[in-house]
Design a protein around this ligand. Structure first.
Ligand code: NAI
Length: 692
């Protein structure tokens, strides 16, 4: 037996205890320990075995420290089969998460007991894979194809009671898992229960309609991601072949997926989720305590931010300009909480709402530990708000702005405590979107930054550190690739061709659909704001100004780049004369979807490299995380910087330089990109050098 698995006896019952802290990962020691425990069980006089986990989890998934190392025997599929083949009955007693490999081990057992609080599921697709140790063949034999098709392509999981309902477990219990496991084992012995091998159960019925529906749903939802559809294929295999052939086919699909760039993209994203908050300057810095949050402005963003805080259990005082606006904010937040109840994210709506105080008097913020400003995007208004906050907030409170573009250093000058000022840039809807850009200004204190990261964790968001510049990381890069789209229109592409190409790449929306959704007045206002300082070589999308003057502001007016019936849009060809006028006598050409994608992505990467080169983003991986969580970049592609590495930086730079011949202002190559190419390095190399 290895140290990670203990073999104990309690009368007739063998207890096989998995103890591999911190997360009971299914590393080599656990696999080997399980194997040896099953051998010992076969040889001694115990009549039944109970497998259980020590710690928070029943049994974790693959051990991530083994990623990239050669696989060592025994392999997990063999361990599951070894358990299943036992001549004496085996019970899995599951008290916590049993996800991925952990769930497959449980399915290898003959009987399953889930304690309340257990969760069973298959998250493999989230890493670009499918279950690879029999899960796709055993689950449908237990539950039928319906629940397997609900769970596997989504990477989903179910609670103990749901698992009982669908037949994934046989009993649910409360209390101590060891006691409950022993009791169940003794009940089984009393009933003279025989081994009941999942793999020997009859083949699940093939339900053509269910497979068609699942394929239709996931073809649409996955936007080019292959693993969800591969998971459906694997479940279908279970309906068509005997178990042993099914296991082989599952393995083949699994190994094929292992080799795909999509899997590499998912792994890149998975590790970046952890690396992004590891900042050397925050080592050993303790965050400040946050027990009460103030929010100033209760419009789109303020109401969303307040909702996010309330959902995380933080009391909120929201300040609005007048009673009517305060009431409106309360109504919006109440609606958000109702929706959270419907989605199963919140139980006690009224209790949560009791922690919201909507006021018009800043004095109510005297007790707040953090105030987040979300008023109009106007420097004068924001400075006024910060000056007021400076007078009412207690010492040590943090003053945050949700500005999208404005200079946080300048905002800080209107206070007497610039060290306490920071940008917390949420994304809309703020209680849903995962990204939080933490904008660290020139004088922001380290513990204020640490507090922002701690807050993000509490709000279940992913925080990325950004420096001060127009648009920080995300919106600055967005402005550039939007610019590339506008230039392609001037060169002959239509907005609808561009949207289609970008969606084919895997983003949920193209830039023009996105504009219609957000409201085309936002872009117009931004152009107005920047008009005075705009470089004369820059291109202005005059057709977009004309659309604004027509009152075509997108979905909210029923017309924009598309004409809407409900939310469904068809191309609004009435904008073509405006586009023709803007094109003037510029030479026109046609674009393939691949050309559109390459220009769009190249513009994104070139600006991103400037953002990294200037230190606005700490590393390329911070850009990848930003685009993934704030801008819908497909997770299976890992992020734009990983995409660029795959494309090859020299070829990308060569393209940028070629485009710069006709448009040197827009396509000025990033100095960092040139340097990396000259040194034969990649963004991945830069990540490696800058991660602890
Ligand atoms: P909004 O117009 O929906 O809401 C602004 C709210 O602030 C209004 O309800 C207004 O009554 C209130 N307000 C204005 N002056 C005030 C004052 N002195 N005291 C108290 N309340 C005051 O605007 P939205 O979209 O919520 O934007 C707010 C901020 O968030 C802006 O800085 C914007 O750039 C930023 N932002 C917006 C995003 C979006 O998608 N809408 C995304 C991320 C940031």
């Amino acid at each position: 037996m290895t140290k990670a698995v203990r073999y104990e006896r309690d009368g007739d019952v063998a207890l096989i205890v998995i103890a591999n802290p911190p997360v009971n990962a299914l590393g080599h020691a656990v696999r080997e320990g399980l194997w040896q425990a099953m051998d010992r069980f076969a040889q001694d006089d115990a009549r039944i075995a109970v497998i259980l986990g020590q710690g928070k989890l029943f049994l974790g998934g693959a051990d991530i420290s083994e990623f990239g190392t050669p696989p060592r025997e025994p392999h997990l599929p063999d361990v599951c089969t070894h358990i299943e083949r036992s001549a004496k009955p085996v019970v899995a007693a599951i008290h916590g998460p049993a996800l991925g490999g952990g769930c497959e081990v449980a399915l290898g057992a003959h009987y399953r007991l889930a304690m309340e609080g257990a969760r069973l599921g298959f998250p493999e697709v989230l890493l670009g894979l499918i279950p690879g140790a029999g899960g796709s063949q055993r689950m449908p034999r237990l539950t039928g194809v319906g629940p397997a098709l609900d769970m596997m392509p989504a990477g989903g999981s179910v609670s103990a009671s749901e698992a009982l309902k669908i037949g994934l477990v046989d009993r649910v219990a409360t209390g101590d898992v060891r006691e409950a496991g022993l009791a169940y084992a003794r009940d089984l012995l009393d009933a003279a229960a025989e081994p009941r091998r999942t793999g020997a159960l009859s083949r699940p019925t093939h339900d053509a309609e269910a497979f068609d529906a699942a394929r239709a749903l996931w073809t649409k939802k996955s936007r080019g991601e292959v693993a969800p559809l591969a998971a459906i294929d694997a479940v279908e295999v279970a309906t068509r072949t005997d178990f042993d052939a099914g296991i082989k086919e599952e393995r083949r699909i699994f190994l094929d997926l292992m080799q795909t760039p999509q899997r590499a993209g998912m792994i890149h994203a998975f590790f970046n989720d952890r690396k992004v908050s590891k900042l050397p300057e925050l080592n050993g810095v303790s965050p400040r305590e946050i027990a009460h949050v103030g929010v100033i402005g209760g419009g789109t963003m303020g109401a969303g931010i307040a909702t996010a805080c309330l959902l995380a259990g933080l009391p909120v005082t929201l300040v609005e300009r007048d009673e009517a606006a305060a009431k409106k904010a309360r109504t919006t937040i109440t609606g958000n909480l109702d929706a959270a109840v419907k989605r199963g994210k919140l139980k006690d709506r009224d209790g949560t709402l009791a922690h919201l105080n909507t006021v018009t008097d800043y004095a109510a913020l005297g007790d707040a530990d953090l105030a987040i400003e979300a008023v109009f995007e106007d420097m004068g208004v924001k400075k006024d708000v910060f000056a007021r906050l400076d007078t009412v907030l207690k010492p040590g409170a943090i003053l945050a702005t949700n500005t999208s573009y404005l200079d946080v250093n300048e905002i800080a000058t209107s206070t007497s405590r610039p060290g306490d000022v920071i940008g917390l840039h949420f994304f809309s809807p703020a209680h849903v979107m995962k990204l939080l850009e933490v904008v660290v200004a020139g004088q922001t204190a380290a513990d204020v930054t640490a507090t922002a990261f701690a807050l993000a964790k509490r709000l279940k968001k992913t925080a990325v550190k950004a420096g001060v510049c127009d648009g920080f990381i995300g919106n600055r890069i967005l402005a550039t690739y939007r610019g590339a789209a506008d230039r392609m229109i001037l060169d002959g592409a239509s907005p609808w061709e561009i949207d289609a190409a970008i969606k084919a790449f895997g983003l949920p929306m193209g830039p023009f659909e996105m504009g219609d959704l957000a409201g085309l007045d936002i872009g117009f206002m931004t152009r107005q704001r920047k008009a005075a300082t705009r470089d004369p070589r820059d291109v202005v999308p005059t057709w977009a100004d004309a659309m604004y003057h027509e009152g075509w502001l997108g979905q909210k007016t029923g017309r924009g780049y598309y004409t809407y019936e409900g939310r469904k849009g068809t191309p609004n060809e009435a904008i073509l004369p405006f586009i023709e006028e803007a094109r003037g006598d510029r030479p026109q050409r046609s674009f393939t979807p691949e050309e559109i994608q390459r220009r769009y992505l190249a513009a994104m990467v070139n600006e991103a490299a400037k953002v990294v080169g200037e230190g606005i983003a700490a590393r390329p991986l911070d850009v990848d995380v930003t685009l993934l969580y704030g801008y819908g970049f497909p997770r299976w592609r890992g992020g734009p910087m990983l995409w660029a590495d795959h494309e090859g930086l020299p070829a990308l730079l060569a393209d940028i330089k070629a485009w710069a011949e006709t448009d040197p202002y827009f396509w000025e190559p990033s100095a960092l990109l040139e340097q990396l190419v000259a040194e034969g390095r990649s963004f991945a190399d830069l990540n490696k050098e800058n991660v602890q």
